[in-house]
Design a protein around this ligand. Structure first.
Ligand code: AMP
Ligand code: ZN
Length: 488
């Protein structure tokens, strides 16, 4: 893709849209905060990865060589973002009678399956926090003399030792967002642990020796160390959910300032210049008024539940793309159903393009403007909602060379990740887990019904229809989508 329209992105650090200028010409280096693997990810979490993936796909579309890192936190994240309370991993392990390592392996596999379902591409590197502990200890040792102090519970970062602490969160005091000081001896409410000592007389499943005693790294330190190890400081873009703008990312920034000060051998570093990443991007939340997204509330909204109810995962990806990533997005089954219908329409409208080779160049005067407008929309801080309407237009074009039409749809879909040219109508019809009748049986009954109707035997035809309704099958005569039947 030629770089005709410059890419512009909203930077949370400046709260403004800025042109993207890579640190390393031609490359885009991106770090995304990943999950803490003590439980399943809910669909709100998955919105964060759909966003990061769409950003990565856009950077590739704009011609940058993408180096994307997503971390997996398998140790050290406490039950509050301020890094206080119990260790989430150890707590989950204790409550399930398993090792923390088993818990991590299990939820990593579940997470990766959800990502694959959503067509989130594998990053250049998954960084697993426990693989980087020696580097975390080295980083803590390097910054400790100028920036940290030790308490009985761990090594704490003094937020007053860096310039502009909390600038990302727009916090007005060095107490951050009015957090309550829970650890005795902390100099400021916003000070946070970069090393947490295992309390005397206890053993953790995951613990390491350090100059501050046996213990585990702080969650914030993990991301600073892994991003620097894989991307170098400064890198281009750091992403995460909007909640991270308040505590986790300001703390990463403070550490990055300290680390870079150490690298360059000078003290106070300006936050805007030395935050570690040039652009900080945050996706807004998926909201569920039914309260099913709280992991503590028993069954919660995860992708598996959508699939069990017969919704294809890519309908959820489409739902995400219909909203701008910086807007809140309200989840409802109706909205998801509408997204599924939109996806079906697109898939059916281009079914005949599946076997067609793509044209090398697009010259058609109906198609070229659509591609240019698509480029403009996606380059405008990832306006996926507008980009989707342009995809709809491309799908609906008539009397254009099919190979060029396919090339345009392929280019757009490479950014949106909906797999339009591979999916079939049948792929989109999932069987709800609760359904008791199988598809072959439904198709057989429908064939019998068709025969009966052809013979004008309406009594038999109606009886078959009634039996199907009883089994939870809605027969859709005259359905404009040609869908024929649906499990209710
Ligand atoms: P966690 O596993 O809690 O660290 O969250 C993983 C990612 O999901 C982080 O980037 C969070 O900011 C993000 N996130 C959490 N809840 C939501 C939500 N309801 N909507 C969108 N993103 C979320
Ligand atoms: Zn992080």
């Amino acid at each position: 893709m030629s770089d005709t329209v410059p890419l512009r992105l909203f930077n949370s650090l400046t709260r403004s849209i800025e042109p993207f200028t890579p640190v390393h010409p031609g490359e885009a280096r991106v770090y995304s905060c990943g999950p803490t693997v003590y439980n399943y990810q809910h669909i709100g979490n998955m919105r964060a990865y759909v966003f990061a993936d769409t950003l990565g796909r856009t950077l590739a579309f704009k011609g940058y060589a993408l180096r994307h890192v997503i971390n997996i936190t398998d140790v050290g994240h406490l039950t509050s973002d301020a890094d206080e309370g119990d260790d989430k991993m150890e707590k989950a392990a204790a409550s399930l009678g398993k090792t923390a390592w088993d818990i991590a392996a299990f939820y990593i596999a579940e997470f990766k399956r959800d990502l694959a379902w959503l067509h989130v591409r594998d990053p250049y590197r998954w960084t697993i926090a426990t693989d980087y502990v020696p580097q975390m200890i080295e980083a803590a040792k390097a910054i400790a003399p100028a920036h940290c102090y030790e308490l009985p519970s761990g090594l704490y970062f003094d937020v007053s030792t860096v310039a502009d602490y909390g600038r990302l969160a727009r916090a007005t005091t060095d107490e951050g967002e009015g957090r309550i000081e829970e650890v005795e001896g902390k100099r400021h409410g916003a000070d946070f642990a970069i090393w947490r000592k295992t309390p005397d007389g206890e053993t953790r499943q995951m613990e390491w020796d350090s100059p501050w005693g046996r213990g585990a790294p702080g969650w914030h330190l993990e991301c600073s160390v892994m991003s620097r190890a894989e991307l170098g400081l400064p890198f281009d873009i750091h992403t995460g959910g909007i909640d991270h703008r308040e505590i986790h990312h300001p703390n990463e920034i403070a550490q990055n300032q300290a680390i870079q000060g150490f690298d360059h051998d000078h003290g106070h570093l300006d936050c805007a210049q030395n935050s570690g990443a040039r652009i900080w991007m945050h996706n807004n939340f998926l909201i569920d008024r039914g309260g099913k997204m709280s992991k503590s509330a028993g069954e919660f909204l995860r992708l598996q539940l959508l699939v069990d109810r017969g919704y294809h995962p890519l309908a959820y990806r489409l739902l995400c793309l219909q909203a701008h990533y910086r807007s809140e997005l309200e989840f409802s089954w109706d909205n998801l159903g509408a997204a599924l219908t939109r996806l079906k329409r697109m898939v059916m409208a281009i079914a005949q393009l599946r076997g067609v080779p793509s044209a090398e160049t697009v010259r058609n005067n109906k198609l070229t403007p659509l591609l240019a407008q698509f480029d403009a929309a996606i380059s405008d801080d990832l306006n996926t909602a507008v980009a989707l309407t342009l995809l709809d237009e491309a799908v609906g074009t008539k009397k254009v060379p099919v190979d060029e039409k396919r090339a345009v749809i392929e280019a757009m879909d490479a950014v949106l990740g909906l797999d339009l040219l591979t999916l079939s109508r049948a792929d989109l019809r999932l069987r709800p887990a609760a359904a008791t009748i199988d598809e072959a049986e439904i198709e057989a009954q429908l064939a019998k019904r068709k025969e009966a109707r052809a013979e004008k035997d309406f009594a038999t035809s109606d009886a078959i229809r009634d039996a199907l309704i009883t089994a939870g099958i809605e027969v859709m005569d005259g359905d404009p989508l040609g869908w024929e039947w649906r499990l209710d």
